[in-house]
Design a protein around this ligand. Sequence first.
Ligand code: MOS
Length: 733
Amino acid sequence: MDMDTPVGANALDAEKIVGKPLDRVDGRLKVTGGARYAYEMQQDVLYGFVVEASIAKGRITAIDTYAAEQSPGVKLILTHRNAPRQGNGNHREAHPVLTGPLVSHYGEPVACVIAETFEQARAAALLLKVEYDREKGHYSLAHHLDLARIPHQPDGAPADSEIGGFPGAYADAPIQIDVTYRTPLQSHAMMEPHATLAVWDGDNLTLHTANQMLNQGRQVVARTLDIPVEKVRLVSPFIGGGFGGKLWVNADAILAAIASRYLKRPVKVALTRQQIFHVTTHRSDTIQRIRLATGSDGLIVAIGHDVFSGNLPGEQVYEAAALQTRSLYAGPNRQTRHRLVPLDIPVASSMRAPGESVGLLALECAMDELANKLKLDPIELRIRNEPAEDPEKRIPYSSRHLVACMHEGARRFGWDRRNATPGQVPDGRWLVGMGMSAASRGNPLRFSKAIVRLDPSGSAWVRMAMTDIGTGTYTILTQIAAEMLGLPIDRVRVELGDTLFPEAAGSGGSFGAASAGSALFEACEALRKKLADSVGMDAGTAKFIDGHIVTGERAVSLLELVGDGVEADGEIKPGRNNREFSQQSYGAHFAEVGVDRDTGEVRLRRMLGVFAAGRVLNAKTARSQAIGGMVFGVGAALHEDLVLDPRFGYFVNHDLAEYHVPVHADIPASLDAVFISELDQHSNPLKSKGIGELGICGAGAAIANAVFNACGARVRHYPITLDKVLAALPKQA
Ligand code: MOS
């Protein structure tokens, strides 16, 4: 089905199972160790250990493998001298490894040692001697803005947008804000390190690998190894988080595949935690200039957002931090621009809510600065600038409940107790403040297929090459099938994570649940029709209840209909609704912080997110997603900072001891997320919108605004650490 028409009433509207806060169907497997992750797959395997380049740019002049070759258990040392020719492309197209003597970034694999055990491979890897000719590279975004160019991302939004006459309107307006925010390099820091087990059977390759989008990953592997895509199978039933770091294919998968083919044995390659930081992707840092102009009434007349981010030469992915600025607020004169600086550091790619996540750290603080200047409540400022339609696409919103989220959040959080003047609420040595922010995240839909089968036993199974990265996909798909087929959830088995199953979108960009769920919805509709037709009932009016198909007084047990089993498939693809409606999920964050007046330490005290994202498919997993996103936002505001050494082009703090993410002690018990009820009639048959990334959007800005309200320090360079707070404190405080 195309998403071409608004969605009418359908079988999900009963919400007997869908929407309920059900426990994860895979929860028991996970907590008992029964869920097997890529590295845990057991075979008669050899182990590979990656050797990273110790320079950021230059050329390998010699590799001495002699000592490593003599080391116990070593089977093979892969370097550029013996690696096969591979297909090329940007990181979304191919991932060739060991392609030649040139080194393009620090930590790029220069060898892989394969041995009988992991320890033997690692010990031998330490014996490898690699010599380099070092070249001077460009590493720091801030130092090389002069190299910026206009990125061209064929499948992405245009880099620039221009509506009306921004420069003149901005210059002529009585109230202006012109501020520059900086966000740091960030690393995904998911729990499960990247790992792959490669197994060849003739010229068929199976990769057990931690990957978010199996069908795309399969294409990348096939192109890299120059083999037909049908010969590649990716298997990934359980993934220990990804946040974008496993969207594409990383070196572990390709090295394992190449080594396994040479040695004719299964080969497992896992990255150590420290290796992940340079061998895989990260989020670029950004420099963002926001310009806002209003009349004294607070109505925006000009809104501008310029963004710089960096990536390896040849890569087109940029941090689309101004995307939400194109749709969030009204205003007749608008300008957004993205510029990309080529840098000789590892590939920058998507990290949770690429774009909005860091874009809102700038825009939503600039809005707070504007409210302060206008002496307007920040919520009132946003309400005054609520658009009637998408101000750049000039099309209606599919649904938009930002104002309702702000009102509901203000009521629940006690926003009316906020003192608008900074530094007025002491609590011992602490200064206490409140801040808020809007949340907005695009709602994409991606092509997906599903197959559903009703067995003679009366149980159903579902198969698709979808993934569950910890979000709850198994559970919500189980709920959808159970609701539509009138079965209890323990009679539905969902099997995911294998490219032998029908193609699916995978987990990314907040499109997973909507895309996979809609394909399953269509498959269940087709199965319902087959079953109804077989007993002469009208599929449109028949109800599926308690294992029966029911019309009026007549009820037929599904057991009588299934015979040897009945199956149906379904698919979804984006259609007119994606072009004719501006689709975003929305929300509002509220934060209360204490700032130590002497040390500048910031402690989060309370936080609340109120979200509107269409139908909630499972109240428990949705809340967990939102809370997880908010905690991610706490990290973005206060902790996360991947520190680049601008002399040598490497990340200094490449481990979880020094790359700080929030820990339990950073998160107060009073952090909650609620969803207001909403059905989106234009998003997809589920009437849902994506929620995987909404929670992070704006969360950090609410904290930054609370810091300002607490103590008057406006820190525009994230993360907001004590040194920056102290430097920004108004003198009298
Ligand atoms: Mo998300 S950054 O598309 O995993």
